[in-house]
Design a protein around this ligand. Structure first.
Ligand code: PBG
Length: 335
């Protein structure tokens, strides 16, 4: 500068707390702990070997045996819980394998409970989409005036109620209703209580959006879906509606509520955390994982830093529990 102007010397200097790693650690507002993380896992019926999922590098479709091992590894790393999804060998319009006590999901729940006991929290997805031959989250009703089959809400509730009791009998500690049917928490809670399973908790997918970021998951469960889930999952444009969904699930008796996906919905996570008098979970979904893995594989970003940054952001937004396919690895690193 030729004018001789010098800006006044700052008195307030936020950079002081960023000077050394120790100062940054001391000033950190948000921490991700291994026990905040839940690992979603996939088990597939009748496969001889675990199978890779091309769109989810390092995630496997497990055999019953390899699932037990993965569960043990996760628990040894200190994760807070496991969320089980299953791919049955046979599918039908009603998703019958979901309510079969000897179905793959129920077998897998028993296996994992036997393996890890109460050392971690064993959760099971409560939805029909892996079990129906049309891939929808519920049973289909009769066609409407345009010939479209939509998911029949109340007929689906009866299936969920049945599935819940079977999963509770298999030993699941927590059930995760993910189908976005109206009244699902009430239906499931009353069925569980009626059957004496008053201690089985519900992690309700309260604000689950109709998202493109579920793409790789549909590979992971060999999804049969054609079309979309727009008549039951939420419109990504809506936030006030999420408040209502969260309030309803809390009123219906949800023990925890979930927002899903996580990263494109951090404002919704924050609203839920402010609104809900129960812990809020966020699901870092398959597409969020795949984006980072794909970019990192090309050397376009630093994978390890990106993982910690995404998890930290979700915690900072207000989630106390995070479902993530990186849970085991992140827990090992955070310990
Ligand atoms: C449905 C379900 C889905 C996911 C979890 N539960 C898929 C969907 O709604 O289409 C997605 C999870 C992910 O993408 O990681 N039961």
């Amino acid at each position: 500068m030729t004018t001789g102007f010098r800006p006044p010397q700052p008195v307030l200097r936020p950079r002081r707390l960023r000077r050394t790693p120790a100062l940054r650690r001391l000033a950190a507002e948000t921490h991700v702990r291994p026990e905040d993380l839940v690992l979603p896992v996939f088990v597939k019926e009748d496969i001889p070997e675990p199978m890779p999922i091309p769109s989810l590098p390092r995630v496997l479709q497990h055999t019953r045996d390899s699932l037990r091992k993965a569960a043990l590894d996760a628990v040894t790393a200190g994760v807070g819980g496991l969320m089980l999804f299953a791919v049955p060998a046979h599918r039908d319009p009603l998703g019958s394998a979901a309510v079969d006590p000897k179905g793959i999901l129920n077998d897998a729940v028993r296996d994992v409970v036997a393996e890890v006991g109460n050392a971690s929290v064993v959760m099971a997805d409560l939805c029909l989409d892996e079990f129906t031959d049309h891939g929808h989250c519920g049973v289909l009703g009769s066609p409407d005036e345009w010939g479209e089959h939509t998911v029949d809400n109340d007929a689906t509730l009866a299936r969920y109620a049945e599935m819940a009791v079977v999963l509770a009998e298999a030993g699941a500690h927590v059930l995760g209703p993910s189908g976005m049917m109206d009244g699902q928490v009430t239906a499931i809670r009353s069925a569980l209580d009626h059957a004496g399973h008053t201690n089985v908790a519900l992690l309700a997918y309260a604000a689950k959006y109709a998202s493109a970021f579920y793409g790789p998951f549909r590979d992971a469960v060999d999804s049969q879906l054609t079309g979309d889930r727009n008549t039951y999952q939420m419109n990504p444009a809506n936030a006030i509606e999420a408040d209502r969904e969260v309030a309803l699930d809390v009123a219906e008796g949800a023990d925890l509520v979930m927002v899903k996906p996580a990263m494109s919905y951090l404002d919704i996570v924050r609203r839920a955390a402010e609104l809900a008098p129960v812990p809020v979970a966020a699901y870092q979904v398959s597409g969020e994982y795949a984006m980072v893995e794909a970019a990192a594989a090309r050397g376009w970003l630093d994978r390890d830093r990106a993982i910690v940054e995404t998890l930290t952001s979700i915690r900072r937004a207000g989630a106390s529990v995070i479902l993530s396919y990186w849970a085991t690895e992140a827990a090992e690193r955070l310990r």
